[in-house]
Design a protein around this ligand. Sequence first.
Ligand SMILES: NC(=O)c1ccc[n+]([C@@H]2O[C@H](COP(=O)([O-])OP(=O)(O)OC[C@H]3O[C@@H](n4cnc5c(N)ncnc54)[C@H](O)[C@@H]3O)[C@@H](O)[C@H]2O)c1
Length: 287
Amino acid sequence: MSDVIGVCGAGAMGSGIAQVCARGNFEVRLYDVDRETVTRAVEQIGQRLRRDVEKGRLDDADARSMLARITPTEDLDALSDAMLVIEAVIESMPVKQDVMARLEARCPPETILASNTSTLSVTEIGSVLEDPGRCIGLHFFNPAHRMRLVEVVPGYDTRDDVVQRLIELSTSLGLTPVRVNESPGGIVSRLQLLVRNEAARMVAEGVATPEDIDKAMKLGSGWPLGPFELIDLVGLDVHVVNSDSLSDELGSERYRPHALLRKMYRAGHHGRKSGRGFYTYEDGGNA
Ligand SMILES: NC(=O)c1ccc[n+]([C@@H]2O[C@H](COP(=O)([O-])OP(=O)(O)OC[C@H]3O[C@@H](n4cnc5c(N)ncnc54)[C@H](O)[C@@H]3O)[C@@H](O)[C@H]2O)c1
């Protein structure tokens, strides 16, 4: 088995996942269709590592070798010797299926093809593969370079040995895996989306400001971040798409994003990544 992990999609999640894999001593191939995105992702990882060094959380030599283990690429063939590929492209079934099929054509049969999807069906993603047994969900949390939880989500056809190998691999990356049988939104997103949408409804109804709701949930419920800080971190675009998707999948209008969220999304106020959401950001959102 190689010590190579491929990460497909170098956006908010892909860049954090690449950092986690490099921290776990794996060689990482970070792929995106967009050249600028891959370059920016590696720069952001470098900035985060330098900040860790400055704060005394990381040795300078370790930071340098971690960064050196990440190879940015726009060529999917570069992932062909990976033992695990983690797909973190946009939340679109046709795009994910296309990426997975192209990966299957390039990687050996034992390579695990994992999807970081938040709301889509892993079974459906894997259904386009000749061997759907190798396809599985591996759901990271934002920011991926800080959060230790991963949901390991077997689809209908995922083989047990793939589940076991992925649980072991996640543990070796310093993560804490929980197994969640496929169900829309898994554990965390299913509960979180409901609360975030309700919080937006409360703002729209004039019950309280985003600042006060965040303060209340942090001090009254012990949350590390309030619901609006979380929406800004996840991205209004991702939040709206995920809520709609969960609503459709669960057949429940409870998950529909409030009109306020849709308006902000259409206005391009996507949170940290765009510099403005419920709050404004001057640091480019590189938390
Ligand atoms: N943002 C979150 O909080 C969060 C948390 C957990 C899981 N997820 C899931 O992770 C995935 C990525 O989310 P994100 O927030 O990083 O999105 P993002 O928009 O920041 O990044 C997506 C990346 O995919 C790239 N891409 C698009 N089509 C591609 C293709 N065919 N091949 C390769 N790359 C392609 C885009 O260029 C972009 O860089 C989604 O499935 C999302 O649901 C997101």
